[in-house]
Each structure stands twice: as structure tokens, then as C-alpha cells.
Design a protein around this ligand. Structure first.
Ligand code: BES
Ligand code: ZN
Ligand code: ZN
Length: 484
């Protein structure tokens, strides 16, 4: 989708269709579209949030997208409206559309950003493997605004497109995307930017570095694991001593291993690399935006399979930082992979760590598909992550940590165990486990099990089943704030 901005009066704008958000009819509409009033009054134009309808006014094709009462209009309402409008057009005519910003709804910059996100994310099609797919696409979106929103628009487009890129990765099935494939994909992104490099450690190199944790998780699969490392070096970082370290869980498939999962919805476990995919795509976004902040990314990529060579309950592993782990459940594999990934990111120079992982089903049960849970060893850093999430649309909520939870991971045989049979506080003691590998300095952990990959449509602008790209917008916002 091509995206541009114009301040021309709408009579002078060349587009196949026009679109705008319509609040509750208690408020007047922009004067350019007063003809709409009759439609609103007759109930033909929807004003309820989420609805969109194609109508004709004064010979123009117009899509009205409802946003509900004006007082309740926020960025998510605008995202929903833009997504509904794009879906309405892609179900009928496609072509080009001009979106008329209404400054009375939301500040122009925030509104422009939300329209782009809603349009780009709402227009996403997960059906890449369908052999017949000929719906008409929106080719161009023009924002009509009196205020200059050009720079905001450019940034929002970059971030939204990389978010869809992360969705593509999460939606790729495990017979198509292996750990080696993910590493190759990261290398392909890095090749596009002079500021970005990518490398991947294979089994031999991981063994040499003492990464006994990720190696154990990957040993049951024919598809070898990879520890992916990306590095972004901008020419003039604003804070040369700060290195943002992004860490992602990259399970290209999680069967649970010997502690096998039950069959229902197991196909969704192709999305267990959504955190890693978000981290890789976010590096692309950061490089394309040219943000003046140093960033490294580490993604632990592996496939968790049951086989004659799988790791087993009872096995004791030694992670890169020398700590030992008793495996009591092979399905709690994400934290094991992250153990080596976090230690590696610190060794490679990360000063501020953030990991993203589809870590616990319990987080999905707790917060559903809208908020991810955020933990940290440093309240200020955790709160920065939460704030970046809230500002970006990747909603995030703080969760507590406390040394007292440490008793849940005490092992009789090793430094810790990876799972406690008690079904209490599961996301919290997963975070306590990770803390053991986060080293010195601020670290935050996002458990995005509910938000990263949708089993069912969310019914809003993320209306498609599958990968959501959760984390890309949050990371881009966080990196932009660290560049300021
Ligand atoms: N990948 C899963 C978590 C998950 C579940 C993500 C549902 C998205 C949707 C993770 O590896 C896992 O299996 N976790 C276990 C942990 C338990 C054994 C402590 C879980 O959630 O049951
Ligand atoms: Zn698992
Ligand atoms: Zn998993």
C-alpha cells in the first residue's frame, strides 16, 4: 500500500474513494462532508465503533467508519475505523482511498499514526498459501490533513509494514520456517541495510560457548537450532554507552517434547517464534528509520520435538552462564532457550535488556489477547517498557516479581528447575527463572503468549487469526524514546 499526505481541499484530491471516521451523530461532521448528515440521520452511515459502510454522496464514493461517542475516541478506535474501512473497500472495489482527518477527533499526529496502523494492519491477509486469492487491494492511501503529518506518516508506515512482516514470519508453518530458515531470513534483512549485520551460531559453536540449554531443547529435532545475533550500529548514537539488547524466543514449533502437549490447537505452536520474529522485524524497522540508538538482537531459534534424541524430564543442563537447570517439564522450553539467549546478549554488550516470548499459557488465560504482561528486575526500566507499549498500541501491563517466588524454582539436584507442579503464579516464576540469566543491569521480560498469535480474531483492527506482530510497535517506540 502506497501512502502519502496532502493538504489540498478534498475537491482537488484524486482518489477512487474517500473515507472518514464518523462519531456519534450528536457532534457535527467536517463541513466538506455535510451531505453526509442525511445519511447519518437516516441510519445509513454507521456511527458505532467498528462498523464501516460504502455510500455515495454528491457523486463521490465514501466509506463511513463509525467510532462511537466522540469523548471515547482514542487511537484504538481510529485504528478500528481505518481497518473497517479498508476491509470494506477490499471486499468490493479496492483502488485508492483518501482518508479525511478530523482534527476534532484526536490530535492530528496521533490520528494519522492510528489511521496508517489501522489501514496497514487491518488490510493484512494471512492467506498467503491459498492458491486462489484475487480480492481487490487498496493500492494507495492518501491522508487529507491541514496540519503537516508527513514525518509521522512516514514513520508509522515503516513500523506498520514491519509489523506485518513479523506476522508473515509467525504465520509461516514449521515445514517452511525452520531455525536455520529464521537465521537466513534475519541475514536477508541485514543485507538490506549498511547499519545492520546478522550472524547465527550453529550447534558446534553453541557447544564451544557452553550453551547447553538451547542445545538440549533443540536436540530432539532434525532441524538444528541456531542462536541468531543481529547488530545495529547507527553512525551517530545519541548515547554511545547505551546498547539496547532485544532477546526473542524463536521456537519454530513447540510440541512440548516428551512432555507432549494435547492435540487441540497445537497447530498454533508454529507461532511460538512470534517474540523472535518481532525482534527480527523490529531490527528492520529501527534500521529503516535510522534511529540513533545502538541495538543488538539475540533470537534463540529451535524446534521442540519428541524423538529418540529429545531431552527428557530429569535431565540436568548447564547454561552459558554456568548455572545448572533440572528439567522437570520439557514443555517449559522457552525459558531454557532464553537462559542462553539472555546470557549471550549480555556478553555481546547489551546494557538494557528486553526479552519477548510466548512463554506461558497462563498469561493468555490471565490477560487474554489484548495486554501482554511485563516483568523486570528494575522498576524504572520495566515502566519505560510499559509506557512504550501503551503509546504504541502494543498494550502492556506491569506484573510483580519478588525473591519469595524463587522457592517455586528450587531444585533438589541443580541450581533451579524449569517447572513447578503447582499451578499457581506460573508467569511469575517463569520470570523468576529468567532473572537468573539476565545478568547485571536493567532487564525486562514481556510474556506475550496471549497477544502474539491469535487463535481467534480479536474482532478489532487485528481481525485476522494468527500472528499479530505484537512487539514491533512497542520496540520501535522504545528505541525512539532511547534515541531522544
Ligand atoms: N509455548 C508455550 C506457551 C504458550 C501456550 C504460548 C499457549 C501461546 C499459547 C510454552 O512453551 C509452554 O508450553 N508453556 C507451558 C509452561 C508450563 C509447563 C510451566 C504452559 O504454558 O503450559
Ligand atoms: Zn512449551
Ligand atoms: Zn513454547
Amino acid at each position: 500500500m502506497e501512502i502519502d499526505v496532502t493538504s489540498s481541499p478534498i475537491e482537488a484530491v484524486d482518489a477512487d474513494s474517500f473515507a472518514l471516521a464518523i462519531p456519534d451523530p450528536a457532534d457535527p461532521l467536517p463541513p466538506e462532508v455535510e451531505g453526509l448528515w442525511t445519511l447519518v440521520a437516516s441510519g445509513e452511515a454507521p456511527t458505532q465503533r467498528g462498523g464501516a459502510r460504502l455510500v455515495h454522496v454528491d457523486g463521490r464514493r465514501l466509506v463511513c467508519a463509525g467510532v462511537g461517542p466522540r469523548a471515547d475516541v482514542d487511537a484504538d478506535a481510529i485504528r478500528d475505523a481505518a481497518a473497517a474501512a479498508v476491509q470494506e473497500l477490499q471486499a468490493s472495489v479496492g483502488g485508492s482511498v483518501a482518508w479525511i482527518l478530523d482534527p476534532a477527533l484526536l490530535a492530528p499526529e496521533e490520528q494519522a499514526r492510528a489511521v496508517i496502523e489501522g489501514a496497514v494492519l487491518g488490510g493484512y491477509d494471512p492467506g498467503a498459501w491459498k492458491t486462489q486469492n484475487d480480492r481487490p487491494l487498496i493500492e494507495r492511501l492518501t491522508l487529507v490533513s491541514e496540519v503537516d503529518v508527513g514525518e509521522t506518516t512516514r514513520r508509522a508506515r515503516v513500523v506498520a509494514e514491519w509489523t506485518n512482516h513479523a506476522r508473515d514470519l509467525a504465520n509461516r508453518p514449521a515445514n517452511d520456517l525452520t531455525p536455520v530458515g529464521l537465521a537466513e531470513h534475519a541475514a536477508g534483512i541485514a543485507a538490506r541495510f549498511e547499519t545492520l549485520t546478522s550472524s547465527g551460531l550453529g550447534s558446534e559453536e553453541m557447544l564451544a560457548r557452553g550453551m547447553g540449554a538451547i542445545l538440549a531443547v533443540g536436540q530432539g529435532s532434525e532441524n538444528e537450532p541456531r542462536m541468531i545475533l543481529m547488530r545495529y550500529e547507527p553512525p551517530w548514537p545519541t548515547q554511545p554507552d547505551l546498547v539496547l539488547g532485544l532477546v526473542g524466543k524463536g521456537m519454530t514449533f513447540d510440541t512440548g517434547g516428551i512432555s507432549l502437549k494435547k492435540r487441540d490447537y497445537m497447530e498454533d505452536m508454529k507461532g511460538d517464534m512470534a517474540g523472535g520474529g518481532a525482534v527480527i522485524a523490529a531490527m528492520g524497522a529501527i534500521a529503516e528509520l535510522g534511529l540513533p540508538v545502538r541495538v543488538i538482537a539475540v533470537v534463540g531459534a529451535a524446534e521442540n520435538m519428541p524423538s529418540g534424541s529429545s531431552y527428557r524430564p530429569g535431565d540436568v543442563l548447564t547454561a552459558m552462564n554456568g548455572k545448572t537447570i533440572e528439567v522437570t517439564d520439557t514443555d517449559a522450553e522457552g525459558r531454557i532457550v532464553l537462559a542462553d539467549a539472555l546470557a549471550y546478549a549480555r556478553e555481546e554488550g547489551a546494557t538494557h535488556l528486553l526479552d519477548l516470548a510466548t512463554l506461558t499459557g497462563a498469561m493468555e488465560r490471565a490477560l487474554g489477547d489484548f495486554y501482554a504482561g511485563v516483568f523486570g528486575n528494575d522498576a524504572a526500566w520495566r515502566d519505560e517498557v510499559v509506557a512504550a507499549g501503551e503509546a504504541s498500541g502494543d498494550h502492556a501491563w506491569p506484573w510483580p516479581m519478588h525473591p519469595r517466588y524463587g522457592r517455586f524454582i528450587e531444585s533438589a539436584f541443580a541450581d533451579m528447575k524449569n517447572h513447578n507442579i503447582r499451578s499457581q503464579g506460573i508467569p511469575v516464576y517463569a520470570a523468576e527463572f529468567l532473572r537468573e540469566f539476565a545478568g547485571e543491569g536493567p532487564w525486562a521480560h514481556i510474556d506475550m503468549a496471549g497477544t502474539g498469535f491469535l487463535t481467534w480474531s480479536r474482532g478489532d483492527y487485528l481481525s485476522q487469526k494468527g500472528g499479530t506482530g505484537y512487539g514491533v510497535r512497542l520496540i520501535a517506540e522504545l528505541a525512539a524514546r532511547l534515541s531522544a
